[in-house]
Ligand binder design. Sequence first.
Ligand code: ZN
Ligand code: ZN
Length: 395
Amino acid sequence: MLTVQNSDLHEDRFSRLRLIPWWDQAKLAACKALVIGAGALGNEILKNLVLLGFRRIVVVDSDRIDVSNLSRTILYRSEDVGEFKVNVAARACASISPDAVVQPIVANVLRDCGLGLFNWCDIVLAGLDNREARLWLNRSSWKVNRPWIDGAIEGINGVARVFLPGAPPCYECTLGEVDWAILDRRMSCNLLAHEEVTEGKVPTTPTISSIIAGIQVQEAVKLLHGLPTLSGSGFVFEGLQHSSYRVEYTVNPDCMSHYTLPTITSLSQRSGDLTLNELWQRACSDLASSEVTIEFSRDILHKLVCPHCAAEEILFAPVGSVSYEAGRCPADGHMRVVHTLHGYEGRESFGARKLSELGLPPFDIFTARTASREIGYLLAGDAPAVLGLLAQGGG
Ligand SMILES: [Zn+2]
Ligand SMILES: [Zn+2]
């Protein structure tokens, strides 16, 4: 009776949390959290998650640690400068809580992350600094029916918002004319990447990131417990005036984000095992139709065509992965026309390509569609390569 088991010691770690009457530690331990962004907000989100006892976390970011990050990132030290943020963040989280498994993914969420990641998780937490990535998160989360929690900070002000698929308003509903103008500019120049992309250097402090990320993670905890959240609204905090208030958004009936796949079928294959045409044949059989279109999760760069000499260069690459300068014809220097692809109808010659040879990320979802039905196909065979240890246990 007096011997203290290791498991009892472990449980003591959370004993103060369990004093909260509605608290259920098991809910947090079981939750699969996807954190997008490992900057100022991402650090605070991750720190809060592991302190609270979240154990299954994937963190996505493509950046390396810069010395200027160190004023706002509790998980990074001077000697980490130059390393990928997610790798250092994962190690730091493991040292805070040895029970936490944090899978780092060095990736740009817009082009390198399959929708399978969104489908894997129970909740998405975002620490992003641009509208384009937020819009992508919003549409991806809706597609696979996962809640996502946004945070945005500038100066000593910030906002935290909760978006639940199936329960608009969503993030896209909140966008106004100014937002769309900024988005259109960003998206059009991202088809081919300009070399001198000026990264948004947003002025922020560790104080505002801890406040907003604190609200984000707290909302996640409430959501997991079935408590009322900020769903469809935002919590605004203005540091100078000490004013905080809740802003209610309105549903945009023309919003393009409100779409959830009715069915997702897990395929045991990897994206390198299956050709596009083989997937199409499977879909024709499942949907009992030969009028099936396979829709990609996002547009891809198909080819560059020179308007001057008509020479073509076949790409099959992610949008944004080819530089603007590489867009010129090597023979005559003319800027070539970019052709994109977003699907397959069973006839095109590229159907012989493996799914991994299309410029789409692994662990992705392909949507097969007829006039009346649709099915999402998840390339679940890619899960171990993408999720590591987290692929086990219902990954
Ligand atoms: Zn919407
Ligand atoms: Zn040419």
